[in-house]
Design a protein around this ligand. Sequence first.
Ligand SMILES: Cc1cc2nc3c(=O)[nH]c(=O)nc-3n(C[C@H](O)[C@H](O)[C@H](O)COP(=O)(O)O)c2cc1C
Length: 396
Amino acid sequence: MKISDSLQLPCWVELSSRLAKAALNENIGEADGRPGKRMKTLYEMWANCGAALNISGNVMVDARGMVEEHNVVLENDSYLDDVREWARIAQSGGTQFWMQINHPGRQAQTNHNKEIVGPSAVKLQQKGHFGLPRALEEREILELIRRYGNTARLAKEAGFSGVQIHGAHGYLVSQFLSPKTNIRSDRWGGKLENRARFLLEIFRTIREQVGPHFPIGVKINSADFQRGGFDNEDSLNVIRMLEAEGIDLIEVSGGTYEKAAMMGVGQRESTRKREAYFLEFAQKVKAEMNVPLMLTGGFRTLAAMEEALSEKACDLIGMGRPFSAYPKVAAEFLDGTRQECVLPNTSTGIKTLDKMGAVDLTWHSMQLRLMAEGKMPNMQLSPWWSVWDLVKRLYL
Ligand SMILES: Cc1cc2nc3c(=O)[nH]c(=O)nc-3n(C[C@H](O)[C@H](O)[C@H](O)COP(=O)(O)O)c2cc1C
């Protein structure tokens, strides 16, 4: 199996190769939530990135629940022309552009959210302005499900070629899935079938809104990597449920703000060397299911990508950080001019800082901001600038 082979999804849509850009939160939306000039410049840079599929950074389904202050929000058609222009630019080089849709739940900060909500009143254990969430009422849960469907419908109307539900990394869907953050005793909590209900109802609502031939994906954790949390067995079961519902693409990742496994934090050195952080879990999924699987986290060399594809551990290779350092990285892998993608070491040497993964994440966010100004990424950028940026964002 080669990275240049095409891939057909259950909805009949074909991806032109096996390389995808995973979602990278841009945090450069305008004050009213619309994608403006900077967003369009960034996606112009990626229009010829070479990936068969580019997944947008998370777009919020509700302006009252923002991951970051400058996320794009898509609740109604008031600035749909800007969203349409964003989609047009992103796809002008032939890549598919899917909108990742999300609600942060308890992983939202009180300095830019009036009220924090979640499945249950379980507080996030992390530095920053994270408050105790208020447990959602039944009618609010139903309203949120409707909102995911509405945002997906608007994404389709604006010309996006698919949507991805963000069900990973400790955000609202992932909070419902985890027995640690969902301690409800009604039909939305308790046994796995109940914890998965929120995600399945979102999927069904979106399918109703977009029809059978529009791709719907889900990004899901292989595990939360926390004692008593969502584990491999839970994840396998939820993927089985999604396959039975007719999902088009599962993207496997892992971790939450409390344990940033998605960024390689806490992974064994041997796992990091092998590159694909969640390879073993992906192998388990593919051993028993046919659902198209995108594996994201740690891929840096052509050899590791081709090995994962040949071993049938996954169908699609997802990369995040490589695209913020090398905007055309997939095109270079595909035309043979690149065999490897070396990223700078952003470690500060201070264990508590490095352990959170937040400095690395901020370093890459800063590269996105440069690209949004029409500049190339700066590989010489010191991680200490990211520390400063992070401190400003979290504490000032
Ligand atoms: C700056 C930055 C922003 C990110 N934003 C998102 C996001 O909006 N949604 C998401 O699912 N993952 C997000 N991620 C995680 C990536 O999609 C990916 O899972 C992670 O970076 C691991 O892949 P990599 O090793 O190829 O970078 C983000 C990562 C970075 C570095």
